[in-house]
Structure formats: structure tokens, C-alpha cells
Write a protein that binds this ligand. Structure first.
Ligand code: GUN
Ligand code: ZN
Length: 428
């Protein structure tokens, strides 16, 4: 028997709630999802799909809610073991905690251990896809791609490139080796199974202009790859960029001048943007990735979700672990809500869920494959228990609709709310 019928409550999207309101989501209390060969064959009311697929195996999720698997659009898997490190802001945090931990990935066995641990943590939190930085070591990327392949996960990742003396000895490549190693990994992994290679200059302060140009050239030669980096996260960082690149018009220009601005570009944080930067990002259709738990944890600032969405930017949502303080996209949605509240724009539950699924998949240019529940899409989905703790249960019993029922789980939920994570139709 190759078809499986999943029964439960279902939420999916037929539009963008930022544009069309909460009605852009489709909810069915007695819904069903038919899965065949790792893909979604049909979504609809349970009775109709039961009748249409009488021979399908059945998995009954009861009152639980089936949502698209969460998509984390920016993370650093090598920072798994130093998440929640106390008391520093970005540049000191990198030097004090991050770089020493990333040094340990010179050992391929350590990389393999953390890669497996990291992906299992993601699955426990309902995240089915991630776009991650690795370290400068090619084996760190090899480890993550291999661990994702073992779990059939759709993975986006790249070797992090840093060749400037602002990065410590032992954690530097060169312009040429960054090009060569990235190309070798790209040839080995890009398009293999569910893997995509992402060209990954860490950020302009840790690269020389020569390295940025070499990676810009690599991207021009492989325009179907994504490119990920960081942009305008913290005020001190922006001043540092201006000192290192005195001829640049602004932070974004350090990328633009080296061929690193384009529609497949993913720019993490993007908080303190200047008008020219916003215009250029919108013109090229680049992806901006909001990392709310990181922005409060490292003290970076308040992302302008409302303004950026209104002007038509492409925005995804991410944990940014270990700068972010959680592996959970539920906690990340809650933090996005809190930051938007500080800017007087209460995000609706449909907007939060959309950001964590469709929004991130759109930023990663794969919203035709993941981030929604619709026929033809890959069967990556998460089953949420909407009464996972006594505090959430007593709150959700008062709900009048699905958004009132889901919101307490978004705000107070964690891995206990994840009743199951299904990847390509298999429970992991
Ligand atoms: N900017 C450059 N590298 C990093 C990193 O690892 N984490 C965060 N949050 N910002 C960065
Ligand atoms: Zn980051």
C-alpha cells in the first residue's frame, strides 16, 4: 500500500495573509492529507478523501493540527553547543564564544556529531528544512549535507568563507581556496537529492574585497544557487563595515560592488537599513531574513516587519541559532510577535505561521516544493498538539476559532507541542 491518509485538523495557505488577511489560510477541522511517494496527492475534507482513497493506510492525528513543516531560513548549525552564551553583543560574542567553537569543526568527527544532533533537535521542534551556515572547513558542510541526506531533509547549506585577519588564525581560508572549496562542494551536493548548495560569505567584515569578488564570480557562474550572508544587524557592526570599506555607499554596497546582490541573495537580520539599501533589495527581489530571538538576545534592534512587508520585500523567518536563543520556530514566531508589538503592529497568527513556512520557503525560492500543504508539494508536515501543557490547554479550550486555538501554542509552545514531524511522508 503506497498511499497514506492523514486525518486531523489542517491549516494551509492559498494566499499571503499580509496581503489578503487571515482568509488567505484554509482550515478544516475534520481534514485529511493524502501522501504518496513522499509527496502530497490531495488535501481536503476527511469524508471526501476517505471515499476517494478507500485503500489508503490511515494515520489518525485526532484533534491535533497538521501544518506545513517549519522552514528555518537562517541558522548556524556549528553554534548548536554554545547557544545561550551570556552577556556579549555581536562582535564580542563572535570573538569570545562563536569563533572558538567553530574552530572545533576542524575535526570532521566533531562536525558529524553536531550535525546529527542539530538536525534531530530541529525535527523535535517541527522544523523540516533549514538554511544553515557551516564553518570554513569543507568537512563541516559535508557533515551537514550527509546528516540531512540520512534524514531525507530538504537542506540548504554552504561552507562559510572568511579570509580577513578580523577572523582568528585557524579560522581563515583565502579568496582562492574559498572559491575552490565552495565550487567542489557545490558540484558534489547542489541538486543531489534534496540538497542545495548556498554560497556563503559570512559577512563583509570577515572577508577581503578579493574574496567577495571571487564568491561573486562563483555566483555569476552558478546563478541557480542561493547566496547567504549578514546585513545591518548591529549599529557597531555597521560602523565597522564603513571603516573597512570606506568607498562603499552603505553596507549593502559592500556586497553589491562585488557581485553579491541578486534575487537569490539571502540577507540575515537587515535591521538598520538605509533607504537606498531598501530600494535595491526590493528592486532585485532579494530575501530578507528576520531572526527575532537573536535580535533581542544579542541586543541588535527591532526589525521593521510592517514597513518591509508593505513595500513588497521578500521576508523569511529564522532562529539564527546560536545567536538566536531557541531551536524552536514556535518560540521564533512568538519573538517576531513581540518585536512587532514594540513597533505597534500586532502580527496575526496567520501572518506568523505564514512567515515560518511559506515566507521562509519563498525567501529560499522553493515555495513550489515546501512550506505549504497542497497537491504536488513535498510531504513535509508538522503535527501540533494544541493543548501540550496545562497552561496552553486551559487557554485553548476558550478559543472561538482556529487562530485563537493556535495562538497560545505559538506564544507558549515548545517541542512538547510537536506531536510528530513528517519528512517526505515519513515520520522522523
Ligand atoms: N554576523 C556574522 N556572523 C554572525 C553569526 O554567526 N551570528 C550572528 N547573529 N551574526 C553574525
Ligand atoms: Zn547568522
Amino acid at each position: 500500500m503506497t498511499q497514506t491518509l492523514h486525518l486531523g485538523q489542517i491549516l494551509s495557505f492559498d494566499g499571503n495573509p499580509f496581503e489578503d488577511g487571515p482568509g488567505a489560510a484554509w482550515h478544516e477541522t475534520h481534514g485529511a492529507l493524502v501522501v504518496e511517494h513522499g509527496k502530497i496527492l490531495a488535501v481536503g475534507p476527511a469524508d471526501a478523501l476517505r471515499a476517494a482513497h478507500p485503500k489508503a493506510a490511515q494515520v489518525d492525528h485526532g484533534a491535533a493540527l497538521i501544518v506545513p513543516g517549519f522552514v528555518d531560513a537562517h541558522a548556524h548549525y556549528p553554534q548548536t553547543a554554545m547557544i545561550a552564551s551570556w552577556g556579549k553583543r555581536l562582535i564580542d560574542w563572535l570573538n569570545h564564544y562563536t569563533f572558538p567553537e567553530e574552530m572545533r569543526f576542524a575535526d570532521p568527527a566533531y562536525a558529524a556529531d553536531i550535525a546529527g544532533r542539530y538536525l534531530d533537535l530541529l525535527l523535535a521542534h517541527g522544523t523540516t528544512s533549514v538554511c544553515s551556515f557551516c564553518t570554513i572547513h569543507p568537512a563541516s558542510a559535508e557533515a551537514l549535507f550527509t546528516a540531512a541526506q540520512d534524514r531525507s531533509m530538504r537542506i540548504f547549506a554552504g561552507k562559510t568563507c572568511m579570509d580577513r585577519d578580523t577572523a582568528p588564525e585557524g579560522l581563515r581560508d583565502t579568496a582562492q581556496s574559498a572559491y575552490d572549496d565552495s565550487l567542489a562542494l557545490l558540484n558534489r551536493w547542489h541538486g543531489r537529492g534534496r540538497a542545495s548548495y548556498v554560497i556563503t560569505p559570512r559577512f563583509s567584515p570577515t572577508s577581503t574585497p578579493e574574496q567577495l569578488s571571487a564568491l561573486g564570480a562563483l555566483w555569476a557562474e552558478h546563478p541557480d544557487c542561493l547566496m547567504q550572508t549578514h546585513l545591518s544587524e548591529q549599529v557597531d557592526e555597521i560602523a565597522w563595515v564603513k571603516a573597512l570599506y570606506p568607498a562603499a555607499r552603505d553596507y549593502l554596497d559592500t556586497y553589491e560592488a562585488h557581485g553579491l546582490l541578486g534575487e537569490g541573495g539571502l540577507y540575515g537580520h537587515a535591521i538598520h537599513l538605509e533607504p537606498r539599501e531598501r530600494d535595491r533589495l526590493r528592486e532585485v527581489g532579494a530575501g530578507l531574513v528576520h531572526c527575532p530571538t537573536s535580535n533581542t538576545f544579542i541586543g541588535s534592534g527591532l526589525f521593521d516587519m510592517d514597513g518591509l512587508m508593505r513595500e513588497g520585500q521578500r521576508v523569511g523567518l529564522a532562529t539564527d541559532t546560536g545567536g538566536g536563543s531557541s531551536f524552536s520556530m514556535l518560540r521564533t514566531m512568538a519573538a517576531a510577535y513581540e518585536i512587532a508589538q514594540l513597533r505597534h503592529r500586532p502580527l496575526h497568527g496567520s501572518e506568523l505561521l505564514w512567515l515560518a513556512t511559506q515566507g521562509s520557503a519563498r525567501a529560499l525560492r522553493c515555495d513550489h516544493l515546501i512550506g505549504n500543504l497542497a497537491p504536488g508539494m513535498e510531504a513535509d508536515f508538522t503535527v501540533l498538539d494544541l493543548a501540550s501543557t496545562p497552561a496552553i490547554a486551559q487557554r485553548s479550550t476558550r478559543a472561538n476559532d482556529i487562530w485563537e486555538a493556535l495562538f497560545p501554542t505559538i506564544m507558549m509552545g515548545d517541542d512538547r507541542a510537536v506531536a510528530g514531524t513528517w519528512v517526505a511522508g515519513r515520520k522522523l
